[in-house]
Write a protein that binds this ligand. Structure first.
Ligand code: CA
Ligand code: CA
Ligand code: CA
Ligand code: CA
Length: 499
């Protein structure tokens, strides 16, 4: 084993001090007696190659910074004691954190002793209490709606890609539609449009508009002029709209993530926050954050009553982004809520917050390019409020379709747990064909592929941005549809048994 030179030197130093009892400024003064010569001078602990120093106060020893939430054992890295003394701890000794405090004894040359107590503390994070309603306000939950609209028909922006999102923005009881559009490989900005529903648009038939449709319009929805302030900048290439009440005034707002110009040099794009002011939106660009962002999700993951946002890291040096809300829609950017291995580009492009195991801690699902090392993961929520690779489950891959662009969760087999539907894309023929995967939960968070023949015509050219589960024909049974820009949606009507 090759130790890094600084660790080797640290080890050597402590070993020399321990075994040779050389002076080094710790020699007893004339007044000190041997019986007083039994002090612990320093003690370092180690976890996963990181060294944690301690503070010694009289006979109490505590670690200076707390061990990670997942740490169960630490080891003694080094220590120094008084000249000619011995101790009943040893370098390399393993200590179980849950058995803390530890007692050990330093014995002076004259056999008098001094007992020390070592208290090992873990980072207990936010010590969040479970909240069975944690998912209510998540962007995943709020993407569902009672209406179903093909954005291309509504906007007539046929040359543009578009994203749709649903909420009752003007608080009249009817679901409205927000559409953010963009242009592929363009630096120009595209409009954001708000269409107010009159309540007649719903899924009573198979019309793309949900209500009365003419060829290029939906009678159930009327665009609200000037929903955004004069001179606002739209988005270049929006990629996901997260609906949520970000400033806690009971009016739904929208957070829009985009990746900008989709070609070299991939300059990235800043997300925007649209705060609902009752008659439209205030517009705010989060200019301090920019990246080739494809996905994200929102939920109150620190469980303090406001919606926080996760944005998947982007290729390059951009870090994964956790935006912590101050309750008024002002966000602080930090990456400390997720394992550091996810901070930089890890080929994860999409995410959702869903409480998959219904334990009251919101779980973070992340997915992207499996063929480039990004296993599709459920990072299980826990009381620390942080997400760890070591607290995750992996979803089985589908050979040849190793790109996951969207995930939905539903109890497919009616056994009381959440199963997953994954919207996959051909990875051999990069982003050309689609495939839907069903992953069944065994009730313990282990998932197996049960796609089999559940989905007819489960392949085809081109790929789709989103998969949605919704009862499209009002027969009480869940249906599926895939949505993308420029093209008609693809729909599958369920028979109630998820076939
Ligand atoms: Ca409305
Ligand atoms: Ca609001
Ligand atoms: Ca929060
Ligand atoms: Ca959970």
């Amino acid at each position: 084993m090759k130790l890094p030179i600084h660790k080797f030197l640290a080890f050597l130093t402590s070993a020399l001090l321990f075994f040779s009892c050389s002076g080094n400024g710790t020699s007893p003064t004339q007044e000190e007696t041997q019986s007083g010569n039994k002090d612990l001078l320093s003690l370092d602990l180690e976890y996963n190659d990181s060294v944690f120093s301690t503070t010694i106060s009289n006979t109490s020893v505590t670690n200076d910074s707390e061990f990670p939430f997942l740490a169960e054992q630490v080891s003694v890295k080094s220590f120094q004691i008084s000249e000619n003394a011995t101790a009943d701890i040893s370098i390399g000794q393993t200590l179980n954190i849950n058995e803390s405090p530890y007692s050990f004894t330093v014995t002076a040359e004259d056999q008098t002793t001094k007992n020390y107590t070592l208290i090992i503390t873990k980072d207990e994070g936010l010590q969040i209490e479970p909240n069975s309603n944690i998912e209510e306000r998540s962007s995943y939950n709020l993407q569902s709606s009672d209406v179903y609209v093909d954005g291309a028909q509504l906007t007539r922006d046929f040359d543009r890609s578009h994203l749709t999102a649903y909420a009752d923005f003007n608080n009249d009881g009817n679901t409205d539609v927000l559409i953010s559009s963009g242009l592929f490989q363009s630096y120009s900005y595209s409009p954001i449009r708000l269409y107010l529903g009159d309540g007649t648009g719903f899924n009573s038939d198979y019309c793309e508009c949900g209500g009365q449709c003419s060829e290029f319009s939906c009678n159930s929805f009327t665009e609200l002029p000037n929903a955004l302030p004069n001179g606002y900048e739209g988005m270049q290439h929006p990629r996901k709209i997260l609906i949520g009440d970000y400033n806690n005034d009971n009016l739904p707002d929208a957070f829009i993530i985009g990746h900008g110009y989709d070609a070299d040099p991939f300059p990235g794009e800043s997300p925007i926050l649209l705060i609902n002011n009752g008659s439209g939106f205030d517009y705010q660009k989060l200019s301090s954050i920019s990246g080739f962002f494809h996905g994200g999700s929102s939920a109150d993951f620190d469980n303090d009553g406001d919606l926080d946002i996760f944005i998947n890291g982007a290729p390059g040096d951009e870090e994964a982004v956790f935006l912590i809300n101050d309750g008024s829609g002002n966000f602080t950017n930090t990456a400390e809520f997720i394992d550091s291995e996810f901070h930089h580009n890890t080929k994860y492009y999409t995410s959702e917050f869903i409480d998959i195991d219904s334990d009251g801690f919101i779980d973070l699902l992340i997915a992207g390019h499996e063929h480039e090392g990004a296993n599709t993961l459920i990072l299980w929520g826990n009381s620390s409020g942080k997400y760890y690779k070591n607290l995750s489950s992996t979803i089985p891959q589908v050979n040849g379709f190793n790109i996951v662009v969207d995930i939905d969760a539903v109890d497919i087999d009616n056994d009381g747990d959440m199963d997953l539907i994954l919207n996959r894309v051909d990875s051999d023929n990069f982003y050309q064909n689609y495939y839907l995967q069903i992953a069944s939960n065994d009730g313990n968070g282990n998932f197996s592929d049960v796609t089999s023949n559940s989905i007819a015509n489960n392949s085809g050219s081109d790929w789709y941005l989103w998969v949605h589960i919704q009862d499209l024909n009002n027969d009480g049974k869940s249906d599926l549809y895939m949505e993308t820009d420029h093209k008609n949606n693809l729909k599958w009507f369920g028979n109630g048994n998820f076939n």
